[in-house]
Design a protein around this ligand. Structure first.
Ligand SMILES: Cc1cc2nc3c(=O)[nH]c(=O)nc-3n(C[C@H](O)[C@H](O)[C@H](O)COP(=O)(O)O)c2cc1C
Length: 358
């Protein structure tokens, strides 16, 4: 494509914000919070540096929503106490001062956990079914989770609402509900993990009910001007070969249900954005675009200028995880059209060391 026609470095209006370009840092868990569920200073500094180096959007790592069962990995962050709020406030300010939008991503891990991770040691999910594969972090099978009761459902929803309040108190102008990657909300959405026979299981609308309740509870807690995003995917971090939705129609039904909610954007996470989805000739962004006018973010193997261009054909914003993680100059290098590698997951494991990243 002629660079003069490129959308990459053109502004984009996301609700009430003008983003300076179409490039963002995807959410990345760093497992660095050893005390008080606040990330290590160098991990926070990393986010600010990416903002100063030209990213228009900077996501936090997935922040866990309660102390009972939300955490899926050691060293994850929370955002519900004054200390945690005070820890994040200067980071948000610095990201905003650099001209980027700071987005707080929050999640509940659902069945993707093990007994020792959460302070209260409980593992819950829509249904008492564990992923098939073993947990790569422990080397043993994931435990069978407790089926969530209606009390559990309410408790978990309150955790999302409370964390959203924490984000607002810390100054975040944007919040994302993580409904992707086989974690709790995604587990409700997919019949692979949701075998319930009450009104949270069965039909697409029923499987969507929990997500809807989370979205509405969060929306109630945040000022009108705060941007609300929902992340969704057709793949999970365990049992990666499984298509979490049965067909393009089911995916589009889910997106249509989401689009009817008070959301400002949908973030579609893929393994590879170019992959044709559900046996159609279209990729995930295309299928999503067909049923919603909402801004779409896309992620998955976007690593150089050509892939950004291509990704932006059917989406509005391109997010990168591994390239943003490993290359501090990624935005400038995309602008320059530099030849850049596709980093592997093994290379990304540097995210979990205590070595400060450039
Ligand atoms: C180190 C690391 C941590 C991640 N943590 C999260 C996370 O907390 N929340 C999330 O939604 N996705 C997370 N992801 C997934 C990325 O956001 C992204 O969807 C995925 O890596 C594909 O994008 P890429 O090909 O640009 O790396 C993580 C990825 C990496 C490499």
């Amino acid at each position: 494509m002629n660079p003069a026609q490129s959308k990459i470095f053109t502004p984009f209006t996301l609700k009430n914000r003008t983003l300076k370009n179409r490039l963002g840092v995807a959410p990345m868990t760093r497992m660095s919070s050893v005390k008080d569920s606040i990330p290590r200073q160098d991990v926070l500094d990393f986010l600010v540096r990416r903002a100063r180096n030209g990213a228009a959007i900077v996501y936090t790592e997935a922040i866990v929503t309660d102390y009972e069962s939300a955490q899926g990995y050691p060293g994850q962050a929370r955002l519900v106490t004054q200390r945690q709020i005070d820890g994040w406030r200067p980071v948000v300010q610095a990201i905003e001062q650099a001209g980027a939008l700071a987005v707080m991503q929050m999640f509940h891990c659902g069945r993707m956990s093990w007994n020792e991770v959460n302070p209260a040691g409980r593992i819950i999910a829509p249904s008492p079914v564990a992923p098939r594969q073993t947990n790569p972090l422990t080397g043993v099978p994931y435990p069978v989770p407790d089926e969530m009761s209606s009390f559990d459902i309410e408790h978990v929803i309150k955790g999302f609402a409370e964390t959203a309040r924490g984000a607002v108190a810390a100054g975040f102008q944007a919040i994302e509900i993580h409904g992707a990657h086989g974690y709790l909300i995604n587990e409700f959405l997919s019949s692979y993990s949701n075998h319930r026979s009450d009104n949270y299981g069965g039909s697409t609308a029923n499987r969507f009910r929990f997500a809807r309740e989370v979205i509405r509870a969060v929306k109630k807690e945040i000022p009108d001007e705060v941007i609300l995003v929902f992340r969704i995917s057709n793949w999970g971090v365990a049992d990666m070969e499984v298509s979490l939705f049965a067909s393009a129609e089911e995916w589009q039904e889910m997106i249509s249900l989401l689009a009817a909610e008070p959301l400002d954007a949908i973030s579609v996470s893929t393994y590879d954005f170019r992959d044709k989805a559900f046996g159609t000739a279209k990729n995930m962004a295309q299928l999503t675009r067909e049923v919603t006018e909402l801004p779409i973010m896309i992620c998955g193997k976007i690593h150089d200028r050509d892939s950004v261009e291509e990704a932006l054909r059917h989406a509005d914003i391109a997010l990168s995880a591994k390239s943003m993680l490993l290359n501090p100059d990624w935005v400038a290098d995309v602008r320059a059209g530099k030849s850049m590698p596709l980093y592997t997951s093994d290379q990304a494991n540097i995210a979990y060391t205590s070595e400060p990243l450039p």
